[in-house]
Design a protein around this ligand. Structure first.
Ligand code: ZN
Length: 369
């Protein structure tokens, strides 16, 4: 093996040099595309660098491990050795493969890289990276929104949209448990057990895909509609400690959602402290347990959904970063309108817009509470 150098690590160039030597001893390596093998050196190099970075940041990161054969499911063609034509992907040393192309490759773009992955359930995917030149759009602050993510509802925004939770895992829990039982009944090492494991992995993949689909659609809607999106900085670690909530939180995918929003548009995180407690109209503190779903302020008489109140607070905090004070037009829970003397400002035009944006249903929901 190569002598380990700096910090006990080997560089990419060392690895590539070693690779050419290794090829002399192991001629079967010639049946692989040379650039593809070199990309493995790049991967190891990258992994080492992030390991060093993690240690610098104070994490107790241990050493790199060898990827087991069964866990090694990805390889990369970089810059050369591939072509896409007439529904086929051509890979050097492998041949032509029929593909289902989900998106057209934009004109005037150059394919930089193709990453081939085999999913756990045995499906093959090719992820294609292209180089496209575009103009950066101008951003103004006219359309800003605050989003509060929660347990009962997935998200509530400061324009009054309630996005119900998509508890994928809950729905799929029964088939998952069934698949799990099947595995435990089968003999270890048997072919039937392997089949059952594959079946379970397919269910897991389906859950993952549904969640991702939901999060992508939602984040794209927000990115299209608003220029700036404010969200709370999630104290995820604290929340997962509460066991009742744990599964829901892990399933909700807020972290992925905020990541998606952040790369699709401008997302700014605001401190989460007291967003549910503060009254969004007068600033009075109204402490409430998780079971209390409605914010009732005894100073200014504001009565709205707790998550809606939080989302307005988030918007206000976000805009205050830009020295803008927000004026909220409150949408009230319908049942509470007669009993509570609260002003409702005119927002007919905005409401219409809102109904169009999320198909109407979510706005209706927002009043049910
Ligand atoms: Zn108040």
């Amino acid at each position: 093996m190569v002598n380990q150098t700096r910090n006990g690590f080997v560089t990419r160039n060392d690895l590539n040099y070693f690779l050419t030597e290794l090829k002399e001893q192991e001629p079967w390596l010639y049946s692989y595309h040379s650039k593809m093998l070199q990309m493995i050196s790049t991967q190891i190099d990258g992994a080492q660098k992030s390991l060093i970075q993690l240690r610098k940041n104070g994490y107790a990161a241990k050493s790199l491990k060898f990827a087991r054969y069964s866990k090694y499911r990805t390889f990369t063609y970089n810059q050369s050795g591939f072509k896409i034509q007439n529904g086929f992907l051509y890979l050097s040393k492998i041949g032509k493969i029929k593909i289902i192309q989900h998106r057209q490759i934009p004109e005037n773009s150059k394919i930089k890289q193709v990453i081939i992955t085999k999913s756990k359930s045995g499906k093959w995917y090719a992820c294609i990276t292209c180089n496209i030149e575009t103009d950066v759009p101008k951003i103004n602050l006219s359309k800003a929104v605050g989003i509060d993510v929660g347990i009962k509802t997935f998200a509530y925004d400061s324009d009054g949209h309630r996005i119900p939770n998509q508890l994928n895992l809950k729905k799929m829990l029964k088939p998952l448990a069934r698949a799990q039982r099947k595995i435990s009944r089968r003999k270890k090492g048997s072919n039937n057990r392997l089949k059952a494991i594959k079946h379970m992995q397919r269910i897991h993949e389906r859950i993952k895909n549904r969640r991702k689909d939901f999060l992508h659609k939602l984040s794209t809607q927000y990115a299209k509609k608003y220029d700036r999106i404010f969200m709370e900085k999630l104290e995820k670690l604290n929340m997962v400690k509460n066991h009742h909530l744990a599964r829901n939180i892990l399933d909700s995918g807020w972290e992925i959602f905020s990541y998606m929003v952040a790369y699709k548009t401008t997302m700014i995180e605001v401190p989460a402290r007291n967003t549910t407690i503060d009254c969004s109209r007068c600033g009075n503190k109204v402490p409430k347990s998780l079971a209390v779903r409605i914010h009732r302020c005894n100073v200014c008489n504001l009565v709205i959904d707790r998550d809606y109140n939080a989302s307005i607070n988030i918007l206000k905090r976000g805009l205050s970063i830009f020295n803008i004070s927000a004026k909220a037009d409150y949408l009230l829970p319908q049942e509470l309108r007669e009993v509570t003397p609260v002003e409702i400002s005119m927002r007919s035009l905005k409401q219409e817009e809102a109904i169009n944006l999320f198909g109407g249903s979510s706005l209706k929901d927002s009043r049910k509470v």
